[in-house]
Design a protein around this ligand. Structure first.
Ligand SMILES: N[C@@H](CCC(=O)N[C@@H](CS)C(=O)NCC(=O)O)C(=O)O
Length: 208
């Protein structure tokens, strides 16, 4: 059985989507970030940077932090969404999500959504970067059905919950035809919807 320590954020939702997609047996232990539960000494033992998500695979006695590492672990364990032939492509698009798409959109959330008016420089900088990311993903999806290849993979699972914050971004997903096609397609997957609802019954990916 897999135990997921998480919260209903984009990085947390990546993992509930994956667990639903692979039909894993799992339970969720919610970490209340607003109450700083991520800084509890017991949690730091499994999460050295005090971040969700983390999983413990009780059957195999393994504890894993970092959402990209968790996705790779689960994909290898269940033999899904990490096709051997496409692994180099999947790794590139997954690492781009982990190192660029997520952190930059996360800064856009901080300056544009949570703290508007506090720093014009920060707001302008991350708004421009977020727009570039929409365009770059749209360009990629104009030549490929999914991010890494013609097949859905953990790179899509990692990226989707970030684009699902499009109503915070104020960029207009409808202006990016290929990104919108990809987004609508993934948001209709039964297990993606389950991955949203499992932490909060009212949670669904918003329509473009
Ligand atoms: N690179 C990490 C980032 C995880 C992360 O930033 N988690 C946020 C929630 S989405 C968190 O735990 N924030 C709590 C904090 O920073 O105190 C991953 O992908 O797992």
């Amino acid at each position: 059985m897999i135990e997921l320590f998480s919260a209903p954020t984009p990085n947390g939702t990546k993992i509930t989507i994956m667990l639903e997609e692979i039909s894993a047996e799992y339970k969720i232990s919610l970490i209340d970030l607003k109450n700083n539960e991520q800084f509890n000494s017991e949690f730091i033992k499994i999460s050295p940077f005090s971040k969700i998500p983390v999983i413990i695979d009780h059957k195999n006695n393994k504890s894993i932090f970092e959402s990209g590492a968790i996705l790779i672990y689960l994909a290898e364990l269940f033999g899904k969404y990490y096709d051997n032939k496409e692994r180099l492509n999947i790794n590139q698009w997954l690492m781009a999500q982990m190192g660029y798409v997520g952190p930059m959109l996360g800064q856009h959330h901080q300056f544009h959504y949570y703290n508007p008016g506090k720093s014009k420089f920060g707001e302008d900088r991350y708004f421009e970067i977020a727009k570039k990311i929409y365009q770059q993903l749209d360009d990629r999806l104009s030549v490929s059905e999914y991010l890494a290849s013609k097949d859905y993979s953990i790179a899509d699972i990692a990226t989707f919950p970030w684009i699902a914050r499009h109503n915070w971004h104020d960029i207009g997903l409808n202006n990016y035809k290929n990104l919108k096609r990809w987004y609508v397609n993934i948001s209709q997957r039964k297990n993606v919807l389950k991955g949203y609802k499992v932490m909060n019954e009212n949670n669904i990916p918003p329509k473009p």
